[in-house]
Design a binder for this molecule. Structure first.
Ligand code: MG
Ligand code: MG
Length: 630
């Protein structure tokens, strides 16, 4: 199945767009008239350039306000069409998109429109051009693909067909099952876009908020299943208008687009057996079973600080790598790897980004299959030489340049800790805080890159995304969204920063790129953890007394309980399913921190209402180094 993308979907000048689209592996582009109005070359040169990139022009658009016009506007519309056909001839395009009219002059009537399309189709046929009719969700008379199809059916010409666009159908809530009644060879192209559910004017929603399939809330898979069932085997074309994308790199957006299509085709082929879709062979979505480890790249001095912090959190240094300057710290199933090597990936990460998490390990059922799926979805492989006695652990590059390793039991990879680490006796044995595992890992990125991360995780792993939560930093907004699996063993929070004055924005600008900003450990009893931390000399983040007054106002807590929270500097939240307790550690470096959490009942969130108080406290600590408090 051919993949295509509208040039308007990505940023950059026309050359950059073509290069990015070709590099991502698309077969073709939809070209917009504006593309060459802004480009110095002639239409013929534009067409040649497209083909030089190994791309075909799948569609020329748009041709607006055509059908249903009275005279003399009707004749003029046909003259306009002839000029577009001239242009298409020079360009080398054979399919034109006619979108349903929004003109106040347009008259209704299916037969009137069908007659117009029959006349247009006859003119187009002389030039070898096909005409596709698309129902805009806000069209004056035609706003539903069923009506567009009926007009096409009555026009009754082989070169007049219907164009389906998932946004227009799904945004209006038209039943996608009705698509199954359209013969596949009468669908000339299928345009795909998703969008977040926002209650707003359809036109504005479409022009500014569309995103890649899988990035939004519309049932693009259900739409595509119905399309596939018709036997349609033409191009799948992304037509995305999105303000967030305009700040992103053309390469990254094009890659996201192709990834979203591959994941969608795979989903449809799984759910709609027998359809003529040929997805690239890939294993099913990966059921991750939690974090196997988090690895920090540090220098010797930072290793000392980090070790002291881990010790205070109740971790023991339990192993030393057989050949490398790498320590393993462990508590329960939470493992922190501290890497001070002067070569290899961790070292280069340290050179570029400074101290921080360079590598995350995930537990999966089948590590090799995980990498195979990720590769099929265009993730970059990661490899580095393996020394004697070391295990080859499958890995890929994450979105921000970090590495993801995959560990399974089936192929024995979970034995890596015994195989590669010699036990060490930690004679400073700290009091255990009862930490059981990593609860969540929070990654921070620029807001415009957030959807890229989201798509990466949801396409490869069997996860769902939570609704976006706005976290208020006094200096600006941080948008937070979680990706999690069904049993909560994998939880990643993605935080998109709008500007560098926010704590999150400061962190990514100081680290030269997106990164893990905090790791939260799970414990079974926050008060036991608090006492252990105290005994180990851990200094929790100092939370403003106002917080506890606010908490009391919000929840009406029992006085004794509230005092206990205050004394232990524990933050608290609650939803209809359970309770959440948090202790924050101090800020390390430019904004990294640890957190200990306890979930009681089936609490779903991440303590978002508390983030404002956490950020204020952390900024007080960072302020002397120049981070503005407001
Ligand atoms: Mg469209
Ligand atoms: Mg957190």
């Amino acid at each position: 199945m051919k993949t295509s993308i509208a040039t308007v979907s990505i940023s950059g000048d026309f050359r950059e767009k073509l290069a990015a689209i070709a590099k991502a592996g698309f077969d073709g582009i939809e070209i917009f008239e504006n593309d060459f109005l802004a480009f110095e070359g002639s239409p013929a040169e534009v067409g040649a350039m497209v083909r030089e990139h190994g791309l075909e022009i799948t569609l020329f658009q748009p041709f607006r306000d055509f059908e249903g016009l009275p005279e003399p506007q009707r004749s003029r519309a046909f003259e306009r069409a002839e000029r577009k056909f001239d242009l298409m001839g020079e360009l080398g395009a054979d399919l034109i998109l006619v979108c349903s009219s929004v003109s106040p002059l347009a008259l209704g009537g299916i037969d009137r429109a069908a007659a117009d399309f029959r006349a247009l189709g006859e003119r187009a046929a002389r030039r070898g051009i096909r005409v596709g009719y698309e129902a805009l969700a806000w069209g004056r008379h035609i706003s539903d693909h069923r009506d567009a199809w009926e007009i096409v059916r009555r026009a009754d010409l082989p070169n007049v067909g219907v164009i389906l666009d998932s946004f227009h159908t799904l945004a209006r809530g038209v039943d996608v099952e009705t698509i199954r009644a359209i013969p596949g060879d009468r669908i000339f192209i299928v345009q795909l876009a998703d969008a977040p559910k926002i209650d707003m004017d359809l036109l504005h929603w479409s022009r500014h908020y569309r995103n890649m399939p899988g990035e939004g809330d519309l049932d693009v898979t259900g739409f595509m299943r119905a399309v596939a069932a018709t036997g349609y085997d033409g191009p799948l074309s992304l037509e995305i208008f999105n303000d967030q994308f305009r700040g992103g790199s053309p390469r990254a957006i094009a890659l996201d687009g192709r990834r979203s299509l591959l994941a969608l085709i795979d989903d449809v082929a799984q759910k709609e057996p027998g359809v003529a879709l040929t997805p690239p062979p890939m294993p099913p979505r990966v059921a991750a079973k939690g974090f196997a480890f988090a690895e920090f790249a540090v220098n010797d001095a930072e290793a000392g600080e980090l070790g002291a912090m881990l010790h205070a959190l109740g971790f023991s240094r339990s192993g030393r790598h057989i050949a490398k300057d790498v320590d393993l710290w462990r508590q329960g199933e939470a493992r922190i790897v501290v890497n001070t090597e002067s070569e290899g990936f961790a070292h280069s990460s340290h050179l570029v980004h400074g101290m921080g998490v360079c590598d995350l390990g995930l537990m999966v059922d089948d590590a090799a299959a995980t990498v195979a799926r990720a590769r099929a979805l265009l993730a970059e492989p990661f490899d580095q030489p393996v020394g004697p006695g070391e295990m080859k652990i499958p890995a890929i590059r994450g979105v921000g340049g970090g590495v993801l390793h995959f560990i399974d039991e089936a192929s024995g990879l979970s034995g890596v800790w015994d195989a590669e680490f010699r036990p060490v006796a930690d004679d400073t044995a700290p009091v255990s805080a009862g930490i059981t595992r990593i609860d969540h890992v929070a990654q921070t990125m620029n807001h415009e890159d957030m959807l890229t991360w989201l798509l990466f995780y949801t396409a490869i792993f069997d996860t769902r995304k939570t609704p976006t939560v706005d976290v208020v930093d006094p200096a600006g907004l941080v948008r937070s969204q979680a990706v999690e699996n069904r049993d909560g063993s994998l939880r990643l929070t993605l935080n998109g920063a709008d500007n560098r004055r926010t704590l999150a924005g400061h962190f990514i600008s100081e680290r030269f790129g997106s990164a893990v900003q905090h790791i939260a450990f799970a414990c079974n009893d926050i008060f036991v953890a608090s006492a252990a931390l105290k005994a180990n000399g851990f200094l929790p983040l100092d939370i403003s007394p106002n917080y506890y007054d606010d908490l009391d106002a919000r929840f009406g807590l029992e006085e004794h309980f509230l005092n206990r929270l205050r004394d232990c500097r524990i933050l608290y939240d609650r939803d209809d399913a359970g309770e959440y307790f948090q202790i924050y550690g101090p800020v390390v470096g430019e904004g990294f921190f640890f957190e200990i959490v306890e979930r009681r009942g089936d609490y779903k969130g991440y303590g978002a209402p508390n983030a404002l108080f956490r950020i204020a406290a952390q900024k007080r600590l960072l302020a002397p180094k120049g981070l503005p408090r407001r």
